[in-house]
Design a protein around this ligand. Sequence first.
Ligand SMILES: [Fe+2]
Ligand SMILES: [Fe+2]
Length: 309
Amino acid sequence: MANVGNGDKKITIGRFVQKVHSFPALPTVVSRIMQITASSDASLAELQKLIEADSSLAVEILRWANSPLFGFRREVITLQHAITLMGMREVKNLVLAKTMFQTFQTAGEFDSFALWRHSYYAGMAARIIAKLSQGNVDVDANECFTAGLIHDIGKLVIYLELDEESIKKLEYNRPLNPNIIEEEESMIGIGHDHLGMQLLKKWTFPPKLQTAVGFHHHPENAPEEKHFSLIIHIADLISHLYEAETLQIEQAAANKTKLEKMLLRPAACELAKKQGIPLNTTMIEIFLGNLRMEIQQETDIITLLTGSQ
Ligand SMILES: [Fe+2]
Ligand SMILES: [Fe+2]
């Protein structure tokens, strides 16, 4: 039984940070893919060589490339052809999404699929926001997808370390709690945002992604690249908005109002204005409308990533 009383906060922080350090390493091939594709002169040959060395991953990518979802007319039989057709970034995102799904599954008793799905939707929403903000902010839509996909990874550390009762106390099943980070901090001494940042550091993810994840609840506190954290913050809530209207039909209207209020928090609006990211009631509807449309188009990709082989 976990002891998460306030008096033991120091001990508890140590325990959670320790958990980050003992957390399974990301498969080497995945962290290498992250590093290679993060550089502006990433080469296809390098990526191909890396994937070739991992035969199960190579087979998986060929399976994706030959799936009717991608609509390539001819049979794809070489890895080089698959990467060229799909694009290096798409390959990276699919590999990461698949790895995240497998990683989330380690948190057995919790609804790890729900957390993964929320993260995938947040990735999609982040990409939409980035595309609609282009011209005003210098941001890579693909990188935003990646950050969205991993934004709540710190929750996994908490899931794996805390007992069920304490997790219930944190009300993880209620995404509408605007004070979740503060509650985590008072209960265990650290929020899932900062825990996630530490895990990504251990996994040697690019610093930009570490910051975006570390400040996705309070982008105004990000030490740099505030616009990146802000996009992930908005995307997180847009993903919850989508889930509120599709998964909790009974309270949909009330939840929507609550989430909109969280989205239009004065600190976030002020930052958005400064950073040139459009954030108002109309834009929220536009982001959400685009997300609805894209989710419909990507349902089969989600099945492909999460279904059994
Ligand atoms: Fe979060
Ligand atoms: Fe989230």
